[in-house]
Design a binder for this molecule. Structure first.
Ligand code: UDP
Length: 239
């Protein structure tokens, strides 16, 4: 059963369990997708029913950061641990590499996915990069066809939220892949274009502050974080 945080149902799993589940999905018939919402996305879902449906329709919903963990605890329904998308992706690639599986990288500015692909292939011997495409295209069909032709087992869809969740819900089955993962800015990090917050910051739940210092233009988006906590408090009182 999922744990509800302001209308988004989260799977209550450890990172290890999340990766096991990801592999199970990769080995099962049909097309599946994974989402990794943070408080900002939960807030988007409160306002956007289509985004909410796409997020809750995923086969695996993982809490990306400490904000969701805090919210769930405040509501009296704690989640086991945070399962950041980027760490989930790294664990999944390690397991995929052992089985010689293939991965398609979709998203980010031109050149970034290709660079990420080169680095990931080096870091995970055995993992096959089936193809890459930037995230600034106007028509879905040619991209979907390219993925289908590549025969990829999995696709990392990094178009930002909620675009990537809506994209996976709509186009997932036509790609022929068995698993799609919505991973926001992960390709920027895998390619080395952007740095992830050092461990100290993330261990103290301050990854958001690190990102804000590096990219002050995120301030508008980050105002959703205090709003999320206000909504959690309201929900707690209501319950
Ligand atoms: N992006 C994209 N196509 C778009 C809009 C965004 O490929 O139409 C990419 C953008 O270049 C970045 C990622 O999506 O690589 C979103 O990153 P962001 O840091 O906003 O996501 P977060 O990790 O915060 O969810």
């Amino acid at each position: 059963m999922r744990i509800d945080v302001l209308g988004v149902g989260f799977d209550n799993v450890t990172m290890e369990e999340a990766i096991d589940r990801g592999m199970e999905l990769l080995h099962s018939q049909g097309c599946h997708y994974v989402v990794t919402p943070n408080p900002e996305i939960v807030e988007v879902c409160r306002e956007n029913p289509a985004a909410c449906r796409a997020v809750n329709g995923a086969d695996l919903v993982l809490p990306d950061g400490v904000g969701v963990i805090k919210g769930a605890r405040m509501l009296g329904t704690p989640l086991k641990e945070k399962t950041p998308g980027i760490e989930f992706a790294a664990g999944l690639m390690e397991r995929m590499a052992r089985e010689g599986m293939s991965l398609y990288l979709l998203g980010a500015k031109p050149g970034v996915a290709k660079m990420a692909g080169e680095k990931l292939a080096q870091a995970h011997p055995g993992l096959r990069i089936a193809g890459t495409h930037d995230g600034y295209f106007h028509e879905d069909a040619p991209v979907v066809e390219e993925i289908r032709q590549s025969g990829a087992d999995a696709v990392f869809v990094c178009l930002g939220a909620p675009k990537q969740e809506l994209w996976m819900e709509k186009n997932g089955p036509a790609t022929g892949a068995r698993l799609l993962c919505g991973l926001g800015g992960s390709l920027d990090i895998f390619s080395g274009t952007t740095e992830r917050a050092p461990k100290f910051w993330s261990d103290h739940g301050l990854e958001w502050l690190y990102r804000l210092c590096r990219e002050p233009r995120r301030i508008g988006r980050m105002m959703k974080l205090p709003l999320f906590l206000v909504h959690v408090k309201q929900e707690k009182r209501r319950r």
